[in-house]
Design a protein around this ligand. Structure first.
Ligand SMILES: NC(=O)C1=CN([C@@H]2O[C@H](COP(=O)(O)OP(=O)(O)OC[C@H]3O[C@@H](n4cnc5c(N)ncnc54)[C@H](OP(=O)(O)O)[C@@H]3O)[C@@H](O)[C@H]2O)C=CC1
Ligand SMILES: CC(=O)[C@](C)(O)C(=O)O
Ligand SMILES: [Mg+2]
Ligand SMILES: [Mg+2]
Length: 493
């Protein structure tokens, strides 16, 4: 098998990379009907598998799980996830032959072996679905020509796919039909019904492509969503402790601050997040973010370049072949960081304090969201896709950090995302080393407004506000958020 993207002529590369059409809510008027009464069999019951299956069943669909034999025999967590939630569970041989829709939600590294095992069992004309394009695009997996191949990719960790559904909302989702596998022309209808079943149509859906999804998803997760949130959390905590701030306070400010700060981002974009700062703090955060963007831009571009060329996938698949040696080593190292090992202190931190005392966090989040968006768009990814992947998903990842720090984030996201997160973190920390020497507690740990009279230069403030509001991510974001009429405010600490 060869990287599918790299086999395409440039014209077709750009064509498939550029598919990202926002779908009007009326396009989902038929709800789940196209899949009503159909046998839906999910392969794997992990972060996406369990949570998507719960949503699909609650939406009135017939869902069961097929697990590898050892998972059933050993009653592994996946078996417990499915049976504790009263789903029917069976082996591939028992369930795949009667399935109308097989949803592959196993880890990317297992896709080739899983597809080779289940494809011969799939009935003529059935449909195979993925939630990430890696196997098709990066590995070039070829699927039996009578089968329809679709993708329904939530731009969100599995846990939040369920949490937003239970709030009566959903998560932005990319749907796609593989151009090499749509023999009956039913792919889009089934992908739409599946998307409605997960609740994604309430948050916003892009008709995308396997190429556009994978090249944007890998970039978002490696940089702003997981990589920079990891690097920023660790650097913020270490700086506060180095400067004598109580470790318990520092731990709580970072663990919960990222959720409180990015909740403003989710509701009103970077503008709303920055507006939570005083004028004098906003100008400082703007300046810090600008400096961070200058330092980190080459790293963001390298990640996008390596994703586009297939170099990232090649390097990660070497680790797969080496039994995940690097992934497991880096996971253990992260668990040993002081931030991870210091419990959040039993100290009261008010909502506004998370902004006033963590201006540096606001700054790196602004820098990361804008950089990820800018880098994706300049690489040919459409603004709508880049928005969902950079800005909207950041608070959803932050929710996992608020629950149980980087451990929870790296547990819930895919192994693919986790691997890319560590690659970024290892490169970003040394890149920011000199900058961090200039950082003091005025921008992380203490109230930046202390001792200041709040006066600012009018022209400077006007220019800063204008620059924030006119960034392209704000323009596309204000349009896409208007479609999120069912978005709920989450209760942060
Ligand atoms: N995690 C996330 O939030 C997101 C993930 N995705 C995509 O969703 C897909 C699933 O990812 P995710 O939910 O994170 O995966 P998880 O690692 O959470 O779950 C994987 C599931 O597959 C099973 N599994 C593992 N190895 C094998 C194997 N060799 N054969 C059969 N089953 C196996 C596991 O059960 P057991 O080991 O017990 O057999 C488990 O049930 C991936 O393509 C990912 O890129 C997309 C968006 C977000
Ligand atoms: C949660 C999600 O969208 C990620 C980060 O892309 C993933 O877990 O692969
Ligand atoms: Mg993703
Ligand atoms: Mg991903």
């Amino acid at each position: 098998m060869a990287n599918y993207f790299n086999t395409l002529p440039l014209r077709e590369k750009l064509n498939q990379l550029g598919v990202a059409e926002f779908m009007d809510r009326t396009e989902f008027a038929d709800g789940v009907n196209a899949l009503k009464g159909k046998k839906i069999v999910v392969v794997g019951c992990g972060a996406q598998g369990l949570n998507q299956g719960l949503n699909l069943r609650d939406s009135g669909l017939d869902v069961s799980y097929t697990l590898r034999k050892e998972a059933i025999e050993q009653k592994r967590d996946s078996w417990k996830n499915a049976t504790d939630n009263n789903f029917k569970v069976g082996t591939y041989e028992e369930l795949i032959p009667n399935a109308d829709l097989v949803i592959n939600l196993t880890p990317d590294k297992q896709h080739t072996s899983v597809i080779k095992a289940i494809m011969p069992l799939m009935k003529q004309g059935a449909t195979l679905s993925y939630s990430h394009g890696f196997n098709i695009v990066e590995e070039g997996m070829e699927i039996r020509k009578d089968l329809t191949v679709i993708m329904v990719a939530p731009k969100c960790p599995g846990s939040e796919v369920r949490a937003e559904y239970l709030r009566g909302f959903g998560v932005p989702t990319l749907i796609a039909v593989h151009p090499e596998n749509d023999p009956q022309g039913k792919g889009l209808v089934e992908a739409k019904a599946y998307c409605v079943g997960t609740g994604g149509h309430k948050a916003g859906v892009l008709r995308s492509s396997f190429v556009a999804e994978v090249k944007s998803d890998l970039m978002g997760e490696q940089t702003i969503l997981c990589g920079l949130l990891q690097t920023g959390s660790i650097l913020s905590f270490d700086k506060m402790v180095e400067k004598g701030i109580d470790p318990g306070y520092a731990s709580k400010l970072v663990q919960y601050g990222v959720e409180v700060i990015t909740e403003a981002l989710k509701q009103g974009g970077i503008t709303a997040m920055m507006d939570r700062l005083s004028n004098v703090a906003k100008i400082k955060a703007f300046e810090v973010a600008d400096e961070l963007k200058t330092i980190m831009r080459p790293l963001f571009q390298k990640h996008q370049d390596d994703i586009m060329s297939g170099e990232f996938s090649r390097v990660m698949m070497e680790d797969w072949a080496n039994n995940d040696k690097n992934l497991l080593t880096w996971r253990a190292e992260t668990g040993e960081t002081a931030f991870e090992k210091t419990p959040a202190g039993d100290v009261k931190i008010g909502d506004q304090e998370y902004f006033d005392n963590a201006l540096f966090m606001v700054a790196y989040i602004k820098a990361g969201v804008e950089l990820a968006f800018e880098t994706m768009v300049e690489a040919g990814i459409k603004p709508e896709s880049a928005y969902y992947e950079s800005l909207h998903e950041t608070p959803l990842i932050a929710n996992t950090i608020a629950r149980k720090k980087l451990f929870e984030m790296n547990r819930v996201i895919s192994d693919t995302a986790e691997y890319g997160c560590y690659l970024f973190d290892h490169a970003c920390k040394p890149l920011l080393a000199n900058f961090m020497k200039t950082v003091d507690t005025d921008i992380i740990g203490k109230n930046y407004n202390d001792g200041k009279d709040g006066a600012v230069d009018n022209k400077t403030l006007i220019a800063v506000n204008d620059a924030i509001r006119t960034h392209p991510v704000e323009k596309v974001g204000s349009v896409l958020r208007k479609a999120m009429t069912a978005m709920k405010t989450i209760k942060t600490v």
